[in-house]
Write a protein of this length. Structure first.
Length: 227
């Protein structure tokens, strides 16, 4: 059976998976990503996990359809709750809000080990995800920006290094976007300016938090003017 093509979003996630790695795809939905990874020979084994029974059932049906049941296990699990540390190397958490992603990581303390790779695709508040990673000893190795269905997504690749990062508000709102010169990055930077300006409204103009947020928005605007 011919294997399907991944879209830009899941394709970006797949690009960060290490050759021969055992993968856990959290919030797998239809299990397309783990099926594709094992069919392409990138992964030696995979776990497709979803918190809800209906997506897990769809995932199991697809695993059977593409005849990869010997390599892909399907779990109904709240995050990484039912997944053992010795079962995986790379963990994909995609298609969720940043707060949900960080909660899943926070509850799986075994991820605080440099041997694991995290592949994270937040649907909102990427600044929250970056801040959490920096505060908790993770390093962001790379970020990719892709467009699919008229929406722009960020996919981040991270690893635990055991050292918290000194960062500025600019670092968490702009991230790697500051170094990229494509239209998708510019779109997201413009969006972050609005986020910063709206957040600043909660503070008085003399508040240091207000000044920091507005200065960060201005810095991003100046960056865009230079691109």
């Amino acid at each position: 059976m011919r294997i399907f093509d991944l879209g830009e979003r899941l394709g970006a996630c797949a690009s960060y998976v290490r050759e021969g790695a055992r993968v856990a795809d959290i919030g797998t939905d239809h299990a397309f990503l783990p099926i594709w990874l094992v069919k392409k020979g990138i992964c030696s084994a995979a776990i497709a996990s979803d918190i809800n029974e209906l997506p897990a059932k769809k995932a199991a049906d697809n695993v059977e359809k593409y005849k990869v049941g010997d390599k892909v296990k399907v779990f109904t699990s709240d995050g990484l709750e039912k997944i053992a540390p010795n079962e995986v190397d790379d963990v994909i958490i995609a298609g969720m809000g940043a707060e949900v992603i960080t909660d899943i990581i926070e509850r799986a303390k075994w991820l605080c080990d440099g041997k694991y790779r995290l592949i994270l695709q937040p649907m909102s508040r990427v600044e929250h995800l970056r801040k959490y990673l920096f505060d908790n000893g993770f390093e962001i190795l790379d970020e990719k920006i892709v467009c699919e269905g008229g929406r722009v997504y960020i996919v981040a690749c991270a690893q635990y290094v055991g050292e918290t990062k000194n960062y500025t508000t600019f670092d968490i709102y702009a991230g790697s976007l500051a170094d990229k010169k494509d239209k998708n990055s510019e779109f997201l930077l413009k969006k972050q300016i609005k986020v910063l300006q709206n957040k600043a409204k909660a503070f008085g103009e003399d508040d240091p938090e207000y000044k920091d947020l507005i200065e960060t928005a201005d810095r991003i605007r100046n960056l865009l003017d230079e691109k």
